[in-house]
Design a protein around this ligand. Structure first.
Ligand SMILES: [Zn+2]
Ligand SMILES: [Zn+2]
Length: 308
């Protein structure tokens, strides 16, 4: 249902065997990318999920390791034959950054739509990018304005035929109601809620890099099926450095995951100096056992829970 791929796990600069942190989510053939540092298109190519159907690219912030891959990727998407508009979402400065980077891509065969969101708007905003699939953002705490992102896939309540029968709704209208549409029959309006059961849990993916652990992150990522979080440093001895540079150590990410009650945590955005992040896994799993050290192109498929 939702296919997730952590395209890279590096921070600051790409390494020969570690691309910069970026996340790709695929839903019904369409794709959303979060962050696009130098070389992101190469790891995308290795993954092989295709370029043409990348509909949305979100930016956490405009440090080079999260944006400089954009012009090359846009050219590749164009070469793959895309003609439909592509949407870019990000904090203030998006227009300036995109215009600057895209001086070298003047002839893209598709339109670029920009959604530049200020910090106030970010707290309220929920953008529906596909039917039932929403993007939300939260300003976090880095050296420059930075957003964490949540992707939420809603699950429609179950259609209850008995309710439709009781309301005398003809069967030919059921399909529309099942698809979440409101129907009008002889001047009467019937909404999907009138013929459905109780609310059902959807799916939630949260992504936070780069930031210090801030308190409102806990609510924002609460109950996520997957939380992808930066862990610039593995060792708690680097906590002062993390505070200074506005990053996190593994234990801080794990603490967030535990407080928020997420199902699983993937660590990413490792410092180039952290050559073996796996050596520090225990620091995180002692706090939050369902932690994985991210690896380039680690994937996961999320589906709605089976109902009894
Ligand atoms: Zn970074
Ligand atoms: Zn940064």
């Amino acid at each position: 249902m939702l296919d997730i791929c952590l395209l890279g796990t590096g921070g600051m600069m790409p390494l020969p065997n570690r691309w910069l942190t970026a996340l790709l989510v695929r839903y019904q053939g369409r794709k959303i990318l979060i962050d696009c540092g130098e070389g992101t298109q190469i790891t995308l190519k290795t993954l092989g999920w295709g370029f043409k159907t990348i509909d949305v690219i979100c930016f956490t912030h405009y440090h080079g390791d999260h944006v400089t891959g954009l012009p090359g990727l846009l050219l590749t998407i164009g070469n793959a034959g895309r003609t439909e508009p592509l949407t870019l979402i990000g904090p203030p400065g998006l227009k300036k950054v995109v215009e600057g980077l895209c001086v070298i891509t003047p002839e893209l065969p598709f339109e670029i739509k920009l959604i530049e969101v200020n910090e106030e708007e970010a707290k309220e905003m929920r953008i529906e990018i596909d039917r039932g699939l929403f993007i939300k953002m939260l300003p976090v705490f880095h050296r420059i304005t930075c957003f964490a992102y949540v992707l939420e896939l809603e699950r429609r309540p179950k259609f209850i035929p008995e309710k439709a029968r009781t309301l005398n709704i003809p069967v030919e209208y059921w399909k529309h109601l099942q698809q979440g549409e409101t129907v009008r029959i002889n001047d009467k309006i019937y909404s999907p809620e009138m013929v459905s059961g109780k609310k059902r849990k959807g799916l939630k993916i949260a992504y936070c890099t780069d930031s210090r652990p801030v308190e409102n992150l806990v609510d924002f990522i609460a109950d996520a099926d997957l939380f992808i979080c930066e862990g610039m440093y593995g060792d708690d001895a680097d906590k002062e450095q993390a505070k200074k540079k506005k990053h996190m150590v593994f234990s801080e990410a794990a603490q967030l995951a535990r407080q928020a009650g997420v199902k699983e945590l993937w660590l990413t955005h490792f410092s180039p100096a952290l050559t073996e992040p796996q050596n520090f896994i225990k620091v995180a799993t002692d706090i939050f056992p369902y932690t994985k050290v991210g690896e380039d192109r680690m994937t996961k498929n999320l589906n709605f829970l089976e109902e009894k």
